[in-house]
Design a protein around this ligand. Structure first.
Ligand SMILES: [Zn+2]
Length: 705
């Protein structure tokens, strides 16, 4: 959860994990592996390259095919990558911490009590089974007792407190009942925290899942409707009532989907920067009692509100008026049943898995309970849990060496900006100001979040999730009108991901990704610059991609480009988006990637690797070496750099989840993150002596940074 609309991350599963139900995705498992002692980190090995293949024909295959063959996807996973061993290792480390804290001895401190009891309640499947539907009953009774549509508003506020997903960062829209609400930095004045109101209301990954008319989409939607019906039956409704309610929910969500702004349009911050006074918000959607909502969420007064999509709220108002209260009660019941399903009885967990993980994403079986509980604890109490992870897995030497790489890569961008032939001196000067304004955050926050107000009990998992969610929701809302805190993180320390925040102008690398195969303390610079160096370059470039370039050094949405430079930038950006508008057979026949959705990430991939390579060259020079010298293993440093880059992205992916990623995620699939990038680079051509006409040598190669 985050306040920023445009957090730009490195990993491809961000959108999926945010959108699908909590129990599912973000990655991978080795069935019932035990603690971290059983798991294996992957280390780069150049011998994994398949020398029977031609690197200039398909570099991804050349670098990854041996690994891919040896590492099929476990049945409880939807993809399996070279980072998956690390994911499991990280989760094993967290499990050790949680288990130790769950031993209910007198000496536990408050942090241990919270994480330990959270774990105990989550792992207590027989207790959850015995409680049955009881945890849902107060909420369902409240909905049943609603007497008017006006009264629904307070129930919406309650649901925003109770269930995870009320607000998501990145290009993802809010994933919450009706709409999303949070505190965020104002686009035009980044030092001002204001209330932001976003379109939402769906349960499927995005609007296309309701609106597309191809056979596959229609089939999925009909299966979704059956799933809703089954869940209502599990929640105690009769078959016929459940069928009627499923139809209503489907109709309402589809109408909301139709009213939503699409994800391409949302990528331009100008399109969602709609400022409104409270009076204007009231007038926009009179059927929502905004005063009651703000009171129920304890929202401080806001200078103004940002309403991302006024058209959505106009349509929502009409929908609320057109449908009877009973329809909305069915929709609210669905929100309660659906959003609490991962924390409920086995029957509900299984049915939720069956649709959202099996049908939608392609998983064959569920992850073991412990992994689901570790992820939930990381999401809900991440900075309490993360402290032990940092102590165990992130020594000061790792922090020092990665920080040094960050500085080297920032220096590389500084040189790149100075040398650009297409950019005027005025814009260059502004770009340097922005670059120098970036704050580098490595590993973990400088001070840990205080969870003392979160009540965690041993005997109710649903309650604990609701407590933690309410805390996080109110924590963001309470920021309205307050000072901006640049030191905060929106990813937890063990997260295998990284992000750039354009409104804070910070780059953030959690300790979780500063591990093998991304950062390997035992390896030389060529290997580390190819893997984590490219990730660092990627995040820095996000400050200068098609979204990031619209924000200035202080995080304000302000145009600092000359008109001519902006035009030249757009031409270069178009080269990238045209190139990545491509067929994706990995996701099924006829599935096409929209390069306008992935343009920012693709720009960051292409620019990031140039910066990493330039920084490596400087580092080698300092050691009296050059890129084309050979190391002990017979490969040149330049070759090892590219091999390590590719290796860090090797991934087997199920076609079902590939389809979800292509249609909703701003990141390209790994195969394109390697092959499109290297085919744009003369440096790669040189590394492997590729010839014009070969597939990895593009005739119209693109270059922004
Ligand atoms: Zn990114």
């Amino acid at each position: 959860m985050s306040n920023s609309r445009f957090l730009a991350a490195i990993a491809l599963t961000l959108a999926i994990s945010a959108t699908l139900s909590a129990q599912v995705l973000r990655s991978n498992s080795l069935a019932a592996a035990g603690g971290s002692g059983d798991t294996r980190l992957e280390h780069f090995d150049p011998d994994l390259a398949d020398k029977t293949l031609d690197p200039c024909d398909d570099f991804y295959k050349y670098s990854c095919s041996k690994w891919l063959t040896a590492n099929p996807i476990p049945s409880d996973q939807v993809f399996w990558s070279t980072g998956s061993g690390l994911q499991l290792w990280n989760e094993g480390a967290l499990r050790d911490t949680l288990e130790a804290a769950s031993k209910n001895d007198e000496g536990r401190g408050p942090v241990q009590q919270k994480i330990g009891d959270y774990w105990g309640a989550c792992m207590d499947e027989s207790g959850i089974e015995a409680a049955g539907l009881k945890p849902l009953q107060p909420e369902l009774a409240r909905i049943a007792a609603l007497k008017s549509k006006k009264e629904m508003t307070v129930e919406i506020a309650r649901l925003h407190h109770l269930y995870p997903g009320a607000w998501q960062g990145g290009d993802n829209q809010s994933n919450s009942p009706f709409f999303g609400f949070t505190g965020q930095q104002d686009f035009d004045n980044a030092s001002l925290m204001v209330g932001a109101i976003d379109q939402a209301g769906l349960s499927l990954p995005n609007r296309d899942y309701y609106l597309n008319s191809d056979d596959k989409s229609k089939d999925l939607l009909s299966k979704y409707r059956t799933h809703i019906q089954k869940m209502f039956v599990l929640a105690g409704e009769s078959e016929s009532q459940a069928a009627t309610d499923a139809g209503i929910v489907n109709e309402l969500e589809t109408a909301m989907a139709k009213a939503q702004m699409d994800n391409i349009k949302r990528r331009d911050p100008k399109n969602i920067n709609n400022k409104m006074s409270l009076a204007q918000v009231r007038a926009l959607t009179p059927s929502i009692d905004w005063d009651a909502y703000l009171k129920a969420t304890r929202a401080p007064a806001s200078d103004h509100y940002i309403v991302t999509s006024p058209d959505f709220f106009r349509a929502l108002d009409k929908m609320i008026n057109d449908h009877p209260l009973d329809h909305w009660k069915a929709y609210l019941r669905w929100q309660v049943v659906h959003r609490s399903a991962p924390y409920m009885t086995k029957a509900m967990v299984d049915e939720n898995f069956d649709f959202f993980a099996r049908t939608l994403a392609g998983a064959e079986e569920q992850q073991p309970r412990w992994r689901r509980c570790v992820r939930a604890a990381d999401r809900d109490l991440g900075e309490a849990l993360g402290q032990a992870y940092v102590d165990r897995a992130f020594p000061p030497e790792s922090k020092a060496r990665t920080l040094q790489m960050v500085h080297a890569i920032e220096t590389a961008l500084h040189s790149d900006i100075q040398s650009l032939a297409w950019m005027s001196p005025e814009t260059k000067q502004q770009a340097v100001v922005k670059l120098k304004g970036i704050e580098d955050k490595i590993g973990y926050p400088s001070h840990w979040r205080d969870y003392s107000s979160v009540q965690i009990v041993r005997n109710s998992y649903v309650n604990n999730v609701a407590q933690a969610t309410g805390f996080e929701f109110e924590r963001w809302v309470a920021k309205i009108g307050q000072t901006v805190d640049r030191s905060e993180w929106t990813m937890t320390p063990p997260t295998i991901n990284a992000y750039y925040d354009p409104q804070l102008n910070t780059i953030n690398f959690p300790a979780g990704i500063l591990q093998p195969p991304f950062f390997d303390p035992a390896k030389d610079d060529a290997v580390n610059y190819g893997a984590i160096g490219m990730v660092i370059g990627h995040e820095i470039i996000h400050g200068f991609d098609d979204q990031g370039r619209k924000f200035d050094a202080n995080g304000n949405l302000r145009d600092w480009w000359t008109a001519d430079d902006a035009k030249k930038y757009d031409e270069r950006g178009k080269c990238i988006s045209d190139e990545y508008t491509q067929e994706v057979p990995e996701a099924g026949a006829g599935v096409k990637q929209n390069g306008l959705l992935t343009q920012g990430e693709d720009t960051a991939d292409n620019g990031g690797i140039h910066l990493a390579l330039a920084a490596l060259e400087v580092s080698l020079k300092q050691q009296g070496k050059s890129l084309d010298d050979k190391g002990d293993d017979g490969w040149t440093y330049r070759q090892r750099f590219f091999l390590s880059f590719a290796y860090s992205w090797c991934a087997n992916i199920r076609p079902q989840i590939a389809r979800v990623v292509v249609t909703t995620d701003p990141h390209s699939l790994p195969v394109f993150r390697i092959n499109n990038v290297v085919s744009n680079m003369s440096e790669f051509e040189q590394a492997f002596s590729c010839k014009p006409g070969q597939k990895m040598v593009r005739t119209n190669s693109c270059r922004v940074w």
